[in-house]
Design a protein around this ligand. Structure first.
Ligand SMILES: O=C(O)CCC(=O)C(=O)O
Ligand SMILES: [Fe+2]
Length: 289
């Protein structure tokens, strides 16, 4: 089966329950290569500050710069097909919202159950804003802080934490992909074990939103120039119609193709309905002159 074909069943699951766990999507070696690249960064990174990030949790981003193997996660074809099926009703293109490593140390308490789409203040309920994929780097167990997901909460109004159903503990091995919607309540579990829980969260959002992780600072043009086109587009080097995310009136991908000219020509990139409306308006005015 091709990625889009097998992704359709996972998308149905994801939309129905608010999450799905895809086993064995990547070989465990792919995850261990990334983990080796990130080892020194985990060592040097201090624990976070704040009850949401967690005082016994380490976090850092810019993963595509820190491990050449991280692109495999971001570009995984089944995941991209699922995310596009979920988000394309509300955007022209998806974008990378975050690629962050998360290490949960023994003694860390359970994370506040939350919906990731609450990072944006827009009205909710009409469409999804975000799909997140958690890739375990170490085994996720009920004891070591495996992500806890509250099934069905994407379709329910949760007024207080007392309204939450029993969570599903995303117990799985490196190579599995834990997918959940931006509207699904979830959070990292408490780490009551003696070992460290490591994972990578890769999130994708509607292409017209402000991304959680500032992609252009994480991957400035000299870095993004080394990416395959699809990765550079996901990392923000693409326009979203109408004219959103332009640089000097042009698609920012031009920055990755040699030296941009000094005074480029600002060029419309509109949706067909907008193109037609402005063209009709302009023609009437030209004719009237
Ligand atoms: O680490 C986890 O399992 C989940 C983390 C999370 O949901 C978050 O930081 O938003
Ligand atoms: Fe979250």
């Amino acid at each position: 089966m091709t990625a889009p074909q097998c992704s359709a069943a996972w998308t149905r699951d994801l939309l129905e329950h608010g999450y799905c766990i895809i086993p064995d999507l990547l070989p465990p070696e792919a995850l261990s290569s990334i983990e080796s690249d990130l080892d020194p960064v985990f060592d040097q990174t201090p624990c976070s500050h704040g009850y949401f990030y967690g005082y016994r949790t380490k976090r850092f981003g810019s993963l595509l710069r820190r491990s050449p193997h991280a692109a495999q996660l971001v570009l995984e074809p089944t995941i991209l097909a699922i995310v596009r099926q979920v988000l394309s009703p509300a955007c022209d293109r998806i974008q990378l919202n975050v690629a962050q490593a998360i290490e949960i140390h023994p003694g860390e308490i359970e994370q506040f159950p939350h919906c990731d789409h609450d990072m944006w203040p827009g009205i909710k309920g009409h469409h999804e804003y975000l799909v997140n994929v958690m890739w375990p780097l170490t085994e996720f167990t009920p004891d070591n802080g495996a992500t806890r997901i509250y099934p069905g909460t994407h379709r329910r109004k949760i007024e207080t934490l007392d309204d939450l159903p029993q969570p599903v503990v995303a117990q799985c091995q490196p190579g599995s992909a834990i997918c959940f919607l931006g509207s699904t309540v979830h959070g990292a579990g408490a780490n009551r074990s003696q070992g460290i829980r490591r994972g990578i969260v890769v999130g994708y959002s509607l292409g017209w939103l402000k991304p959680y992780e500032n992609q252009w600072l994480a991957y400035p043009p000299e870095i993004a120039r080394t990416f395959p086109d699809e990765l550079a587009e996901l990392a923000g080097y693409a326009l979203h119609r109408p004219n959103l995310g332009n640089y000097e009136g042009q698609c920012p991908s031009n920055l990755l193709k040699g030296n941009p000219v000094g005074h480029p020509q600002a060029t419309d990139a509109l949706r067909p309905d907008q193109e037609e409306a402005v063209e009709q308006f302009a023609q009437r005015h030209w004719c009237a002159k």
